[in-house]
Design a protein around this ligand. Structure first.
Ligand code: ZN
Ligand code: MN
Length: 133
């Protein structure tokens, strides 16, 4: 088993992700962690984020615009991305476990789980577009 050397920087990255619901990009994580570690590099932040995601300690959300987002909440939950502002929100909705069985029937292997990213327009962006009219 891979053992990891304790890293204060990695702990700071984890702590920041645990403190926010905003599903930040690596760049945003970098700018926050920099307040505590002024000499940390963006590359180090990237490496640690990917490592934490591999270890299952944070979640990586792949988005259509290509910028990965990170989530300190590793519980199973769905997300919605706003196609106007790009913000990602948690969906307060039960996991649809029956989807796994449905997918399993259409697959020759075995399905264990699924993730989903919904697309829409957030409340704030809807309000803004109404004001423009
Ligand atoms: Zn929006
Ligand atoms: Mn989330």
């Amino acid at each position: 088993m891979k053992t990891l050397k304790y890293s204060r920087q990695r702990e700071a990255i984890k702590a920041y992700l645990a403190s926010t619901k905003r599903h930040p990009t690596a760049d945003v994580v970098y700018s926050h962690v920099q307040e505590e570690f002024p000499h940390i590099s963006l590359g180090t932040v990237y490496r640690n984020l990917n490592l934490l995601a591999e270890l299952g300690e944070v979640r990586k959300i792949t988005t259509p615009d290509g910028a990965d987002r990170f989530d300190g909440d590793v519980s199973q939950h769905y997300h919605v991305i706003c196609s106007e502002c790009g913000k990602i929100f948690d969906l307060d909705m039960k996991m649809q476990d029956s989807l796994n069985q449905l997918a399993d029937h259409s697959f020759s292997g075995t399905i264990h789980s699924h993730t989903a990213l919904f697309y829409g327009i957030c409340e704030d962006c809807e309000k803004t577009s109404v004001q423009k009219q």
